[in-house]
Design a protein around this ligand. Structure first.
Ligand SMILES: *[C@@H]1O[C@H](CO)[C@@H](O)[C@H](O)[C@H]1NC(C)=O
Length: 319
């Protein structure tokens, strides 16, 4: 609450234009980073992200189109044997999600819908959002670690957490899958990261959990980022596209920090193919999204295409 009121006063004093508000919150002067080491991302790693990205794209379709697997090209790209056995959320406070069995991959998939970037950026920059203590009821091993997360993300996560957990446990028990994929874009990526951490606490350790996030904003504090690295390190990938501003909000200057596992797209050609993709060391890497600034921000980069001509958002799935 302290931070909240400080920020409100700060915003009140400076609010002569939208940019005056946006600039400090976007983190001008927030160029701290752990590392600038990058290496070319191997093709097999990039190819392994295509299917998760296709699921995250489908999460933007209507739940009727998803549950019947009749959402047109986004569904067709994943094949006809996807069994969507649970869908939840609405178009308001509770963003849509679905849980499916992907038999060809021996995987239970949880995919979360995101939101349109203009709305989302205003939410992320809204002074009524702040870091609050992680509710450790669903994250028992987080107790005593001083973990804080974005209050809006935590609230949104809590609205679907029980449904996601019971759906995944049900899917593992009845479909015989041995792996879980958790994926999402934008707000959906933020919720997916909380889901993956919850599932890590709850499912049998023999179940492999892969987390593939696209256009992820910062979700929590340093302690959160370290907790994610400790629990999911190596199994979590967050893909950032060129000058997307979403990965640099909320800013580090008010205590937010990313976990490791970033893959950054430097260039995409006219066919929607990524032509220069790097794997970034550290939690915040100045050669990757941590080097982005509001001055070069491109909201369209948030939507895509990322690679394989995959974009996200309502326009990417009209059905
Ligand atoms: C934490 O989450 C549990 C489970 O949903 C809920 O019952 C409890 O009220 C939450 N605690 C707080 C402080 O929000």
């Amino acid at each position: 609450m302290m931070l909240h009121s400080t920020l409100s006063l700060f915003a009140y004093g400076l609010l002569s234009s939208k940019l005056a508000l946006a600039a400090p919150l976007f983190g001008i002067g927030d160029r701290l980073s752990d590392s600038d080491a990058t290496s070319a991302t191997p093709d097999d790693v990039l190819n392994g992200l295509i299917r998760p990205a296709q699921f995250s794209r489908v999460a933007y379709c209507s739940s009727a189109a998803v549950t019947s697997w009749q959402c047109g090209p986004p569904c067709d790209a994943l094949g006809n044997d996807i069994d969507v056995f649970q869908a939840g959320g609405d178009d308001g406070l509770v963003p849509m999600y679905f849980i499916a069995h992907d038999p060809s991959q021996d995987t239970i998939v949880v995919a979360h819908q995101g939101t349109e970037p203009e709305n989302f950026l205003s939410v992320l920059n809204d002074v009524q959002f702040f870091l609050e203590d992680l509710n450790t009821t669903r994250f028992t091993s987080a107790e005593g670690k001083d973990i804080q997360v974005h209050n809006g993300f935590q609230k949104t996560f809590e609205r679907t957490a029980d449904g996601v957990l019971s759906g995944v446990l049900n899917g593992l028990a009845t479909k015989g899958a041995s792996k879980i994929l958790v994926t999402g874009h934008s707000l959906g990526a933020a919720i997916a990261s909380l889901d993956a951490m919850m599932l890590k606490q709850e499912v049998d350790p023999s179940i492999e959990i892969t987390t593939a996030l696209f256009g992820l904003p910062r979700v929590g504090n340093q302690e959160w980022a370290d907790f994610v690295d400790e629990q999911l390190g190596g199994q979590l990938t967050r893909v950032s596209n060129q000058d997307d501003p979403v990965p640099i909000v909320p800013p580090r200057t008010i205590g937010f920090r990313h976990p490791s596992g970033e893959i950054h797209i430097n260039a995409v050609d006219d066919n929607g193919e990524a032509t220069d993709v790097v794997t970034c060391e550290g939690q915040e890497n100045s050669e990757c999204s941590a080097g982005n600034t509001v001055l070069t921000a491109s909201v369209s980069n948030h939507l895509g295409p990322y690679f394989d001509d995959i974009s996200f958002g309502g326009d990417a799935c009209p059905l």
